[in-house]
Design a protein around this ligand. Structure first.
Ligand SMILES: *Cc1c(COP(=O)(O)O)cnc(C)c1O
Length: 478
């Protein structure tokens, strides 16, 4: 029937239910089967582009048909990131409870900028923020911004740092910018994550004008080198540390470095995108000793906590510095009273999705004990994989596995091993039983594994380790 208006405006309750149930049915089928299929996409980017490429539609079409077609087209290009044997990069598995809460966040369509527009979203964020400080055992009076990920959490922490170290010398960076400002010295470990350098670049602090501190074999800042560098500091300074090196999982020596930095008035920011979650597991917490002394911390929900993407947390000890660095003021925005909290005061965005719902739901579902058990399991699984592949001649585990990250190398030393390692990675990925990627570490080609999927168990570890050994044997056969 031609109603004369667009089909979506005319959508009745039955059509609405069909559309959303259909999307749910697709999601359920996908998630139920992901463990059994190829653990890599069957089509690459170029092929996916060819699948999707089309001129802008001149007229609309029914929603159900579009969703069906989207699923059919997209699925060959999906990576099994929600599967049990995905070890690429550092990628959480979007736990179903988080996904369900996130669906509702989309369905409710809240613009979570402020507490008047979105009371439920703002309140759930406030509670989730308190829970995060509790489970990560950071100062309970710290402020928390729910951002898109650790890249922006690093940006927010460093923006607060920039504000505070310049405020202390009488410079208002928010108003005046950096033109004519007293210079800020930035000290950072040589093996810091690339996104910290991006954050410095966004803030006008430059990714190149930093003082890089030499690191040890695991990527941890060397104390004597740090001491020599901080001794020379005179004036505003920021020190960037790391909890969980992306290759080795190692932690900087917080307990030694932070007091030295503070003695010079420096702000200490910690990138703990995944490693900060070691705080939630009593057996691992000692590795992070002293981290609670820092001034700001960045971490992710969408990695070890298993929330869906995009979910990161910017945590700042000095709530005032956090707010001043981020606040957006306008006459049409409501003011906050004591005890009220506007999500946008702690993040760069104004309009934003209500990502507090997913964080809240996951933390309620797993509880303190569930998070601790998951983190412990992933570290146990990582050690299991390392032990199992290490029995195979020609496979080297390059460091003691102390967290969830590990580096493997194939075929001994030198350029031939680089090539053999590259070929083993390619073979493993083609086989599709599990997925791991490559990285460069200390001028060597390595295979990197990150055990951080909710679904990865000890049994999956054995399958994955055997797949790695099989790939290596196949490469040797040529
Ligand atoms: C993943 C990661 C980041 C970046 O986080 P995003 O969530 O991808 O923005 C920063 N630092 C470390 C150590 C990471 O592992």
């Amino acid at each position: 029937m031609d109603t004369g208006i667009s089909p979506s405006i005319a959508m009745d309750d039955t059509a609405l239910a069909r559309l959303l149930q259909q999307a749910a049915a697709h999601a359920i089928r996908y998630r139920s089967n992901v463990a059994d299929g190829l653990q890599r996409p069957s089509r690459n980017f170029t092929e996916m582009l060819a699948t999707f490429e089309a001129p802008l539609p001149e007229t609309g079409a029914e929603g159900e048909a579009i969703i069906d077609r989207l699923v059919e087209d997209a699925e060959p290009g999906l990576h099994a990131m929600t599967g049990p044997r995905f070890f690429g990069w550092v990628i959480g598995a979007s736990h179903p409870v988080g996904v369900a809460a996130d669906w509702l966040a989309s369905a409710w369509g809240q613009n979570a900028a402020n507490h008047v527009a979105a009371p439920a979203a703002a309140a759930v964020e406030a509670v989730a923020a308190d829970w995060l400080l509790d489970i990560l055992d950071l100062p309970r009076s710290a402020s928390v911004g729910l951002v898109t990920g650790a890249t922006i959490a690093n940006f927010v922490g460093l923006a607060a740092a920039r504000h505070e170290v310049l405020r202390r010398v009488g410079w208002d960076v928010e108003a005046e910018g950096l033109f004519g400002a007293p210079p800020i010295t930035v000290l950072i470990g040589d093996d810091a994550h690339t996104t910290v350098f991006s954050a410095l670049q966004f803030l006008g602090l430059g990714h190149g004008r930093v003082t890089r501190i030499k690191t040890d074999a695991l990527g941890r800042m060397l104390l004597p080198d740090f001491r020599a560098a901080i001794d020379k500091v005179d004036g505003p300074a920021i020190v960037v540390m790391q909890a969980g090196q992306i290759n080795t999982g190692a932690f900087d020596p917080f307990a030694e470095i932070i007091p030295l930095a503070h003695a010079k008035g420096a702000w200490v920011h910690v990138d703990g995108a995944f490693g900060l979650w070691a705080r939630a597991e009593p057996g691992l917490k000692a590795q992070t000793a002293g981290i609670e002394l820092a001034d700001s911390w960045a971490t992710d929900g969408h990695k070890w906590l298993q929330t869906p993407y995009e979910c990161g947390y910017a945590i700042v000890r000095h709530a005032d510095a956090h707010r001043r660095a981020m606040t957006i003021a306008a006459s049409y925005l409501p003011a906050t009273q004591e005890g009220e909290r506007d999500p946008s005061h702690y993040v760069p965005e104004l309009s934003r999705r209500a990502r507090g719902f997913a964080t809240y739901a996951i933390l309620r579902h797993l509880g303190r004990a569930g998070v601790a058990a998951m983190v412990a399991r992933h570290c146990r699984v990582a050690r299991l994989i390392a032990a199992r592949v290490a029995t195979e001649p020609g496979i080297a585990v390059l460091h003691e596995v102390t967290l969830n990250q590990m580096l493997l190398r194939f075929g001994g030393e030198g350029a031939p091993a680089d090539d053999l390692t590259r070929r083993t990675i390619a073979r493993l990925q083609a086989d599709g039983v599990c997925f791991a990627g490559g990285a460069a570490w200390r001028d060597m080609q390595v295979m990197r594994l990150s055990v951080i999927s909710w679904y990865t168990t000890e049994a999956e570890a054995e399958i994955a380790a055997d797949a790695i050994v099989a790939a290596w044997r196949a490469v040797q056969k040529g």
